[in-house]
Design a binder for this molecule. Structure first.
Ligand SMILES: [Zn+2]
Ligand SMILES: [Zn+2]
Length: 377
């Protein structure tokens, strides 16, 4: 096989030495899974915008360098330890980023917990506290195998789709946190990057009446409209008349029903609040963070006239739990997102030795989803 003996008998691990640094390839002995553990062979990793941030400036959650980053992964179960019944060799799996803390008795992450991992004070994430998938093989501990975000796919599902499980799951957490706000409703997505493009595809599957994409730059908006648009989708350039133009697109309604902030800028939140009307749900999906920390974005709400009488809902989603992972799994495994291949064009595909180039491409303003194929260097 083309992968050769080096990989067959060893683990190829790419360590990022420091933010803005270099990835060095290290050949390590292939780890053997213990009781309850499984070993995965990485097939694809896709690049998240958080990987771009980690690469460029680091992340306070990553305490030790060098680090193994990348969390959006599709893998094949390569070997199972004793006692594992959930998985067998050859299973095709996808993984989430937010993971349980590993404590069986945790009220959030444990076997009888709520599953709200991101609420746990000891929450971890792959590619942050827990090593990521910038490696040819990974052994998952028993608690990850038992409770973690790892789901099996049918053998005929494309690994290129499976590696996008986690970002799709995050978007679905936002679209479904409040019942009944997408089907037959007018949806506004602020920003036209990958999160909005996943939300667009998901909202159409969920029966949205209309999806209005709002973006400043023309290049990416045009790409998304061309490749993912249909008669239920319109694009609106974000200029000084944006509120009025979005309002016109909502007709015969006076306002959108759902507004998702997928651009991590205070201006996106300010725009979202101006679009709130009767029954509107605002999902603050992209957090805003800069070199100076997390800025305060003030907004005054009349709890009686806005929240009560206008039935408005202000929510936020961030990351994904099994709830979102299971929904994304159903969409991908059920082949409900047939346009996913258009997220990644020929300039957005790389081999495993090109992680740095892949992340740089991901930072471009026209890029949607960069995929790293671990079957080629
Ligand atoms: Zn991600
Ligand atoms: Zn926990």
């Amino acid at each position: 096989m083309a992968r050769g003996n080096v990989v067959a008998m060893n683990n190829l691990v790419y360590y990022l030495d420091r933010p803005s640094g270099n990835f060095s390839a290290v050949i390590e002995p292939l780890p053997v899974p213990g009781p309850g553990e499984i070993r995965l062979r990485t097939l694809r990793t896709s690049v998240c915008q958080s990987d771009v941030v980690i690469y460029q400036q680091g992340l306070s959650r990553i305490k030790t360098w060098p680090a193994i980053i990348l969390h959006e992964a599709c893998a094949e179960v390569d070997q199972v330890g004793s006692g594992v019944v959930k998985f067998k060799k050859g299973d095709l799996v996808g993984l989430g980023c937010d993971i349980p803390c590993g404590d069986d008795s945790c009220i959030y992450c444990g076997n009888h917990g709520t599953g709200d991992w991101t609420s746990c004070p000891n929450t971890q994430a792959t590619g942050h506290e827990f090593p990521g998938f910038a490696r040819s093989h990974a052994v998952l501990p028993a608690w990850f195998v038992d409770c973690g975000p790892i789901v099996k796919f049918d053998a005929d599902v494309s690994p290129d789709h499976i590696c996008q499980l986690e970002p799709i799951a995050c978007g679905l957490e936002g679209l479904t946190r409040v019942n009944n706000c997408i089907e037959n409703r007018v949806v506004v997505l602020i920003g036209s990057g990958s999160q909005s493009t996943y939300a667009l595809q998901s909202a159409l599957v969920m029966g949205a009446r209309k999806v209005i994409l709002v973006n400043r730059g023309a290049e990416r908006l045009e790409r998304v409209l061309r490749d993912f648009g249909n008669e239920r989708v319109v694009g609106v350039r974000w200029d000084e008349n944006v509120v009025e133009r979005v309002g016109r697109e909502c007709l015969p309604f006076n306002e959108p029903h759902f507004v998702m902030v997928n651009a991590s800028a205070p201006a996106a939140y300010e725009l979202a609040t101006k679009l709130m009307g009767y029954g509107t749900v605002l999902d603050g999906h992209a957090g805003v963070k800069g070199a100076g920390g997390k800025p305060r974005i003030d907004h005054t709400i009349d709890l009686n006239n806005d929240i009560h009488y206008k039935l408005q809902c202000y929510q936020a989603t961030h990351g994904s739990s099994m709830y979102g992972i299971n929904q994304a799994h159903a969409m991908i495994n059920g082949k409900k997102l047939p346009l996913l291949d258009r997220m990644t064009n020929s300039t957005e595909r790389f081999g495993h030795s090109q992680i740095k180039k892949a992340i740089e491409r991901s930072a471009d303003s026209d890029s949607l989803k960069v995929i790293i194929n671990w079957d080629r260097a």
